[in-house]
Design a protein around this ligand. Structure first.
Ligand code: ARG
Ligand code: ZN
Length: 855
């Protein structure tokens, strides 16, 4: 049941206009759809195949007003075919009436009900659960939608063209594929504003929420206005409709969705108040509002030819939202955080059985490919392109892209072609970043030759592209390596330059150097590779102190920490370099507090396991946990006075503001708190929780306490105060298994799962608990397999209701092959138990079988 990129062929019919009427009813919604179709080639009669899921019941069908002979209509499990013999060789109108049951839709794909509100999610293939349709992104049509319902607010895409009691009409003039369709109906209220585009179009902006939530929608609205201005200023992109609506929904499978003119959001990415949302939540809201808004051009005006091209819109839109955040906040901090996330999720994916290229060429279930590789690596690849062609070249290429492909369903080939045409650069070899899976391993060897007229430093880079499932042999890639040289006294003697590597092994020389410099390599993380170089801890500490590139500076500290942690987890002695270097950094009042916080947060246990396993060492989860705890304690003990002072100094006076500078101080203060809680018996954290004026402080204090096995009173207090707030209760459910001491994690997760308020059918609640346990490395990987069994049981329970969520959460197992034989056997048993389930969804079955195949 696989789909292959190589099999692409255009749809044999041209669809120009789609008109729909919805008579909304919770159990029996009637959908009438009229499609203006024409055969692509009138000489070549073909069957008309429409997609349509099991829940779509055909009521009637006519062609130009006449019902065809029933024998010409063939209903299969996922399609409806009208045979060529029943179709005219000229344009025709196909009308269908169908009935669907939104109340039975637990998969939250298509039209469903969340808290009494009708809403939709159609990407990637949800529209086929609403009506019979050519549900593929290269079939684009204008939409005219009529909604009949007594609910007060009735929304769809485009502009409102008629509003009367019990009825609303919407017209979307921009041709779009079905995955961008949306409909919302419910008892909603709007927080409203307006934006005037630079060419003078006045756009009405609304953020729709449930009554009572209005006071938590202001930040989302501010973020939208900022996004609209930024896209005009930086990309020259204007909005193109009279209204822009955002709706917050409690039951949503992912973060948010860029439906044309009607973005639908998981409510956790819209609703925020200081009392309920953390700094991280505010950051995410701003970034995701921007991301979905930016899709209006990169995704909607220019969409994808087929789902293999998903990274065309997602990689580019992530890249754009990253640029937006770096412009609005701290570019250095944003880059470091993005690299951390990339390593945690995408490198992990690349190392395991689920590795795939940013543009895959085969899938069974497309929903399984909304991955870190498609999104985040897709963005990294664009960052490399920009580095290679320069800012001007990038700007020219993007202008050409918008100019040439507006209105198209485009491909990665189209995308690369605009760069070739705008800059003259041949991108044949570069394209491997899109087609080859895996993280290249780069190694660096240095040779220093002193000389009379100055010494010469030769850097030899070697790249190795390890095999991934289905791709054993790989050719070298183009790798832009940004380097700088730092003199022995700490001054930069060669500023950043980009070395362009195209061979398997390549040397670059710098001559006329006075004394041997220290190399700062892969500045700004100029390529998504792993870099290994023989560097001693003293040199790393030197870079941490002197590097001018903030990423490389942070990376030096990271490497120091990892070298200490990997040694300790193998029972080896740990040098004091990291502990000393951290002391200098903490004391450096000139450094951005957010940067210092990033350096102070020790690598997570999962990251340590990944590092060990990339060195061919089998990670032992409990040993890693113990080693990390010991190092944290040692830092806290060594720098107790410094840390205590810093904790007091970083207190943020005045009312809570979510801006970057206040958030930076809090992040440093809370990193310090996590360390101090290891020796003060929880005193500071308890005090902070008690007086906390915002959720950021509350969660930081609570997390620090839970990690020490404390915090029961605080947990209870949080529950008492916020039992009525779903988003806060998600945090409450998530933090307990995540921060629990590993030996108790499964038991805690189990107890939570028995509670009445564990509303597991809600995706956020399920993700909180199951994802929380999966994120507790030593807890999930408990040697007795109890973590595996617990998660497997819940995946099996979720799968029949919501396959997308079950499949997504199954990635908890994606690293299973890296552990010892005992854990591997238990993980495999759990995976095989899932695979054997009756009626397992295509989603989960594809994921589990790929993971089993790696064993
Ligand atoms: N296009 C949406 C976004 O990037 C995500 C849609 C995810 N869809 C899915 N089936 N997983 O914001
Ligand atoms: Zn997106």
């Amino acid at each position: 049941n696989a789909h292959y990129l190589a099999d692409y062929r255009p749809y044999p019919f041209v669809l120009t206009a789609t008109r729909m009427t919805f008579e909304l009813h919770p159990q029996a919604t009637r959908v009438v759809t009229a499609l203006s179709l024409a055969p692509r080639d009138p000489q070549q009669a073909e069957d008309l195949v429409l997609d349509g899921g099991k829940g779509v019941k055909l009521v009637s069908l006519t062609i130009d007003g006449v019902a065809p002979d029933p024998s010409r209509i063939i209903r299969r499990e996922e399609t409806l075919t009208i045979s060529a013999a029943a179709l005219p060789p000229h344009p025709f109108l196909l009308e269908t009436a169908v009935q669907i049951d939104p109340s039975a839709n637990t998969a939250f794909e298509g039209l469903y009900i969340s808290n009494g509100m009708f809403c939709t999610q159609c990407e990637a293939e949800g529209f086929r659960h609403i009506t019979f349709y050519p549900d593929r992104p290269d079939v684009m049509a204008t939409f005219h939608v009529t909604i009949d319902s007594d609910l007060p607010v009735l929304l769809s895409n485009g502009n409102p063209v008629g509003q009367s009691q019990g009825r609303a009409e919407w017209h979307d003039p921009w041709p779009k594929p079905s995955y961008l369709f949306a409909l919302v109906a419910g008892d909603l209220v709007a927080v409203s504003d307006s934006f005037t585009t630079r060419s003078g179009r006045r756009v009405a902006l609304n953020v729709w929420v449930r009554p009572g939530d209005q006071d938590r929608a202001g930040f989302a609205m501010e973020s939208l206005v900022k996004s609209m201005s930024w896209d005009e200023a930086v990309y020259g992109r204007e909005y193109d409709l009279d209204v822009f609506n955002i709706v917050a929904v409690d039951d949503f499978n992912m973060g948010a969705m860029e439906n044309k003119g009607l973005n639908i959001f998981n409510s956790k990415l819209v609703l925020a108040s200081p009392d309920t949302a953390t700094d991280t939540d505010y950051d995410r809201i701003e970034a995701v509002i921007a991301h979905e808004y930016f899709h209006n051009w990169t995704g909607n005006r220019i969409t994808c030819r087929d789902w293999f091209q998903l990274c065309l819109k997602e990689g580019l839109t992530v890249f754009r939202d990253q640029q937006f955040t770096s412009d609005l906040r701290s570019a250095a901090v944003k880059r470091i955080e993005d690299v951390q996330a990339l390593r945690a999720r995408q490198f992990r994916e690349d190392q395991g059985p689920l590795a795939h290229p940013p543009r895959p060429d085969r899938y069974e279930e497309i929903n399984n490919f909304y991955t870190a590789t498609v999104y985040e690596k897709g963005a990294e690849v664009i960052g490399m392109l920009k580095r290679l062609v320069g800012d001007d070249g990038y700007r020219r290429a993007l202008d050409l892209y918008f100019d040439r492909h507006d209105g198209d369903a485009a491909t990665i080939e189209d995308w690369l072609q605009v760069f070739q045409d705008a800059t003259g650069r041949d991108l044949t070899q570069f394209k491997r970043w899109y087609t080859d899976a895996g993280t290249p391993r780069l190694s660096l060897a240095e040779d220093w030759q002193p000389g009379d007229t100055g010494g010469t430093l030769t850097l030899t880079f070697t790249q190795d592209n390890p095999p991934t499932p289905g791709q054993t042999q790989k050719s070298p890639r183009v790798i832009p390596v940004a380097v700088g040289l730092i003199g022995p006294n700490g001054d930069e003697i060669v500023p950043t330059q980009v070395l362009e590597m195209t061979e398997a092994s390549q040397s670059f020389s710098f001559d006329g150097l006075g004394a041997r410099p220290v190399v700062s390599a892969l500045r700004g993380f100029s390529a998504p590779v792993t870099l290994s170089r023989p560097l001693d801890d003293a040199t790393r500490a030197f870079l941490l102190a002197h590097d001018t590139d903030p990423f490389a500076r942070w990376e030096a500290g990271r490497d120091l920490a990892l070298s200490a942690l990997t040694a300790a987890s193998r029972g080896q002695a740990v040098s004091g370099d990291y502990v000393d270097a951290i002391g200098h950094l903490i004391a450096d009042g000139n450094a951005d507090p957010a940067f210092r916080a990033l350096c102070l947060n020790l690598p997570g246990e999962e990251e340590i396991a990944t590092r060990l396993s990339s060195q061919g060492i089998v990670p032992v989860p409990d040993a890693i946990h113990v080693a990390r705890e010991a190092l944290a304690r040692r830092i806290a003990e060594t720098h107790l006075d410094l840390l205590s002072r810093l904790y007091d100094d970083m207190a943020v006076p005045g009312p809570y503001r979510p801006d970057a500078s206040d958030a930076a101080r809090r992040s440093l203060r809370h990193a310090v708190l996590a360390l101090l809680t290891r020796i003060d018996g929880g005193e500071r954290a308890e005090i902070l929780f008690g007086i906390a004026g915002n959720m950021t402080e509350r969660m930081a204090a609570l997390t620090a306490l839970l990690r020490r096995g404390l915090g029961q009173a605080e947990l209870a207090a949080l529950h008492d105060q916020f039992a009525g707030n779903r988003l806060v209760m998600d945090k409450w459910f998530g933090i307990q298994p995540m921060a629990a001491p590993p030996a108790q994690a499964v038991q805690i997760a189990h107890a939570l799962s028995q509670r009445k308020d564990f509303d597991w059918k809600n995706p956020n609640r399920f993700r909180a608990l199951i994802g929380g346990l999966s994120a507790n490395h030593a807890g999930f990987h408990a040697a007795d397999g109890s973590g595996y069994d617990f998660v497997a049981n819940w995946l099996l329970r979720m799968d029949p209701l919501n396959p997308q969520i079950a499949a997504r959460m199954s990635t908890a197992f994606e690293t299973w092959t890296r552990y010892d034989a005992g854990r591997r056997a238990r993980a495999l048993t759990a995976l095989e138990r899932i695979a054997a389930a009756d009626g397992l969804s295509r989603n989960t079955s594809e994921m589990v079988s790929r993971m089993i195949a790696a064993g």
